[in-house]
Design a protein around this ligand. Structure first.
Ligand code: AMP
Ligand code: GLY
Length: 422
């Protein structure tokens, strides 16, 4: 079987390594992938949003199954285009990917179906948004409607900041057309939990829960990033909360999408906040999270490709999805200066015995050498019986990897460990 994976980050590397475990797989194409995946997949130099070329490549190379991992090709309709040519895919179609592609859509969906989320207002006129921002309670949260490379959410602690955010999104078009509309919503507090799930549009199977660490600096300081590390499971997410989420959030969302004629098939990601008034949805993503995937998939004991194909065939209810009872921790090694400004091109050395637990995000191969080529360079995941052991083991492996200007947080898992003890 020939499998194509669209995307090129650490998440895709984790997906590829897991798919490779299936003995039916003869070749995996990573499109575009990155130099750090060269041992696990054939790299194809086509951009992840170049849909025409992706489809053309898949047809010419007799691809049997395609996994579309990142948000932008999903929102652009990559799955629809591949399916039109008869290629089976994992990932939602365009009309379902809108659950991430438009915050206005997702908020209205939640309101219509009574799914718990923050109170909100939608604006398509900057003057009205500014007027609202003058008197709204603060802190408040301003969100660009469309995709914004994970940067479209601004938490304003003062009204001035709220107005500045409105101006930069709606007037200065910081995120282009993604800022034609905005959502201004209530600021919620509580522990955050990421829950990725498999769904075929009828059945939903949540994966093991996880916790992201979004800020650049230790103790959750500094700028927001794509994620500096993850642990799984998330100790705040108890069995009671999981049951409540299934009843009030997960199943209602799948049913709502079906009812809207937008059946969601693929990985549906729930970004949750456990508030005093119960779990609420902070965001939906139409895909696997990054770097959540790098801790969730190593704990998956079932065969990933089999589960994915069951989703495609709408037979998820007949498929066993089993997770290990162990814990996982992923520490991200970034380039010093990320997420603002950083140098690239430094040689990365990874001892051979560490390679299996490394998921490479920003690297390229040049003359046989692996060089840094992005902000987040790679993630190191370790699985152990306890979270404490997993955290220690991950940091142990991190020490063995070398590149100039490497930067990482030293407290991944600390909050989760404190929660367990407290
Ligand atoms: P997102 O880009 O949607 O993942 O949002 C980024 C981060 O902003 C989330 O992980 C939360 O920490 C925070 N956030 C988003 N919406 C809210 C909200 N309504 N209240 C408090 N924090 C929020
Ligand atoms: N880690 C958050 C995301 O993938 O959006």
């Amino acid at each position: 079987m020939k499998v194509l994976v669209v995307g090129g980050g650490g998440r895709e590397h984790a997906i590829i390594k897991k798919i490779k475990e299936n003995s039916r797989v003869s070749e995996i194409f990573a499109l575009p992938g990155n130099g750090g995946m060269a041992k696990d997949a054939t790299l194809v130099d086509i951009g992840a949003t170049d849909i025409e070329k992706i489809v053309d490549f898949a047809v010419k190379n007799n691809v049997d199954y395609a996994v579309v991992a990142p948000d932008d090709p999903l929102v652009l309709g990559c799955v629809d285009a591949l399916e039109e040519k008869g290629i089976a895919c994992f990932g939602p179609r365009k009309n379902a990917a809108v659950i991430e592609g438009s915050k206005v859509f997702s908020k209205q969906l939640m309101k219509k179906y009574g799914i718990p989320t923050a109170q909100y207002e939608v604006f398509s006129d900057a003057d009205e948004a500014l007027k609202y921002a003058e008197s709204c309670p603060v802190p408040t949260v301003i969100k660009a409607d469309g995709l914004a490379l994970g940067k479209g959410v601004i938490i304003a602690t003062t009204r001035k900041q709220a107005k500045d955010a409105v101006i930069s999104i709606m007037r200065d078009k910081q995120f282009g057309k993604s800022g034609d509309k905005i959502v201004i919503e209530e600021f919620l507090t509580g522990p955050e939990v990421s829950v990725l799930s498999f769904t075929d549009g009828k059945t939903i199977v949540p994966m093991i829960s996880s916790m992201d660490h979004k800020r650049a600096g230790d103790n959750d300081t500094g700028l927001n990033t794509g994620g500096m590390g993850t642990v799984a499971p998330n100790p705040y997410y108890t069995k009671e909360i999981a049951d409540e989420c299934m009843e009030k959030i997960f199943l209602p969302t799948v049913k709502a999408m079906k009812n809207e004629g937008r059946t969601f098939k693929g990985c549906l990601y729930f970004g949750l906040m456990l508030t005093e008034n119960g779990p609420k949805v902070i965001e939906y993503n139409c895909r696997f999270g990054d770097p959540e995937t790098q801790v969730v998939l190593p704990l998956l004991e079932s065969d990933l490709l089999t589960v994915m194909m069951a989703v495609t065939d709408e037979k998820l209810s007949e498929c066993e999805v089993k997770f290990s009872q162990k814990s996982a921790c992923c520490v991200i090694l970034a380039s010093q200066g990320y997420p603002v400004k950083y140098e690239k091109g430094f040689e990365i050395t990874i001892p051979e015995e560490t390679e299996k637990s490394v998921f490479v995000a920003g690297a390229k191969l040049e003359n046989g050498k692996l060089l840094t080529n992005g902000g987040r360079v790679l993630g190191v995941t370790q699985v152990r019986d306890t979270l404490k052991e997993a955290v220690e083991a991950s940091y142990g492996e991190v020490e063995k990897i070398r590149f100039e200007n490497a930067y990482y947080r030293h407290d991944i898992g600390k909050r989760a460990l404190n929660c367990k003890e407290g």
